[in-house]
Design a protein around this ligand. Structure first.
Ligand code: GUN
Length: 305
């Protein structure tokens, strides 16, 4: 065990192990009950990044033995048509999880669309019922990216013989998808939690107080190396595509919200981009689908799911 600096948190490796565990649970459920969890992903329009994510979700769902359905709708679909589709999926017994890929076209209200999903099938954990359950500590479905981030932190804490209680966690970003649920999860772990955002005064000073620093702002390399306290855990949720000059001209590169090389010199442990939080998000989506399936069928939720 090393407790020096700059240890890399292997999100891709952890996600692969999680998918293997889920695959075994799916096989066991099939053998014992003849049932297979089914995830439906709905995508509206042609957003290129969303297309990539949705394809990957479908492939990974099938790879662990679950049923996968992808419904592709044109950009011109009306909100009423999408709401009707969701009502049909809510009513279909064989469908256990429903995910509507965001962002939606501008003529739709994502809040209204998410509100239409049966909270028990809301495997994104975005419905107000699930957000409320998380806030008051009731069992529910937890959003995938914060859940995956928490799993990586728990694993890192175990590696370094450390614990959450009393640690100051600073989350940069206040979205409903990451920042707010991440804060709830870390509060449940007895951290002292600060949510920082674009109006926070002296953000670098706030970040330097963090024993756990979570960056979820969607701006490439926004968090500077000298904002990271020595010995901190750094979770980089950002996935930003930037153009860089290479020997053969311009090429695309994925970077996080943290200036990784500079931050690594200070952090005890840090997630890279890619292969950090990203792979955990889809693995946790599969985890949530399995959990939803078990709850809908009055079956015990396997330990660790
Ligand atoms: N778009 C980007 N991330 C997500 C996600 O986690 N869920 C959904 N539904 N859409 C997204």
């Amino acid at each position: 065990m090393t407790t020096s600096r700059g240890n890399i948190i292997d999100g891709a490796g952890y996600a692969a192990q999680l998918r293997e565990r889920l695959k075994r649970h799916v096989a066991d459920l099939k053998a014992a009950h003849g049932l297979t969890p089914c995830l439906v992903v709905v995508i509206v329009g042609e957003d290129p990044a969303s297309q990539v994510y949705v394809r990957s979700k479908g492939e990974q769902t099938l790879a662990i033995g679950m049923e996968s359905r992808t419904i592709r709708l044109p950009y011109t679909t009306s909100e009423a048509e999408l709401l009707n589709l969701i009502a049909d999926l809510n009513a279909e017994r064989a469908v256990n999880g429903i995910l509507v890929q965001l962002p939606l076209p501008k003529h739709m209200s994502s809040l209204k669309v998410i509100d239409a999903i049966d909270p028990d099938k809301d495997v994104d954990g975005f419905h107000v019922a699930n957000a409320g359950r998380l806030a008051v500590g009731l069992p529910g479905i937890v959003p995938c990216t914060p859940l995956g981030s928490l799993m990586l932190l728990q694993d890192a804490m175990q590696t370094y013989g450390d614990s959450f209680a009393g640690k100051h966690a600073v989350i940069v970003g206040r979205s409903n998808i990451v920042g707010k649920p991440m804060a709830q999860l870390l509060l449940q772990q007895d951290c002292t939690v600060t949510i920082a955002h674009s109006k926070t005064r002296d953000l670098p000073a706030v970040c330097r107080e963090a024993d756990i620093l979570v960056a979820a702002v969607g701006r490439p390399k926004f968090v500077q190396g000298d904002w990271v306290k020595d010995g901190a855990y750094v979770i980089d949720v950002g996935i930003n595509r930037i153009e860089i000059d290479g020997p053969e001209g311009k090429k695309n590169k994925l970077v996080g919200d943290v200036d990784f090389d500079a931050a690594k010199a200070h952090a005890l442990a840090i997630t890279p981009v890619p292969k950090g939080v990203g792979p955990m998000t889809i693995a946790c989506l599969l985890n949530n689908t399995l959990k939803a399936f078990c709850l809908q069928n009055n079956l015990p939720v396997p330990e660790g799911v």
